[in-house]
Design a protein around this ligand. Structure first.
Ligand SMILES: [Zn+2]
Length: 178
């Protein structure tokens, strides 16, 4: 099931489609999207508010799988952090791609994410969690995981990076044990 943060009319349009069409979902939410080669290599993307328009700009030098994660992450900011987005006008996100580092709670983050003030880090982690939920819904992930021989197959099914699929696998398997 697609994340409950998505409005019902958007969920019902896209429920059950895999790989999840993140760009179409952004469009359905009235978010504009551009690619650029102007961001620094560590920056995945940004969501900006100008007047009443919201625009996601993604780093076109990144892999298509990583760009999909970035779009999903920015949609997460749009849906969950709109008040902050409206106030500060943008989220610049350079810590989005899940890596293999884990903090004490098991949440994923990248090595340089400790540079961020903890409030920003929480927002980034929430957006990452949303992106994983959107791209790899739990029930579907479990089904695909069960019938796949390798993590590469799982990643290919969802059109995500292998590291994103690996982190999701850890999350989903861990949640079976709680
Ligand atoms: Zn972000």
């Amino acid at each position: 099931m697609l994340p409950i943060q998505l409005p019902e009319h958007v969920r019902s349009l896209f429920e059950g489609q895999f790989p999840v069409p993140v760009v179409d979902i952004a469009t359905a939410l009235d978010i504009k999207m551009y690619t650029t080669d102007d961001l620094s290599p560590s920056q995945s993307g940004v969501i900006v508010k100008e007047q009443e328009d919201y625009t996601i700009v993604v780093n076109e030098t990144h892999s298509p799988e990583r760009i999909r994660f970035t779009v999903a992450h920015e949609i997460g900011h749009f849906l969950m952090h709109k008040d902050i987005l409206d106030e500060q006008r943008s989220f610049i996100s350079d810590i989005k791609q899940p890596a293999f580092l884990h903090d004490a709670e098991g949440a994923m983050h990248r090595a340089h994410d400790h540079r961020l003030p903890s409030k920003d880090r929480t927002l980034e982690l929430e957006a990452n969690k949303f992106a994983a939920d959107l791209l790899m819904p739990k029930e579907q992930f479990t089904k695909v995981w069960d019938v796949s021989n390798t993590i590469d197959e799982v990643a290919a099914f969802f059109n995500v990076s292998i590291s994103a699929a690996t982190v999701r696998g850890e999350q989903v398997l861990n949640s079976f044990m709680v």
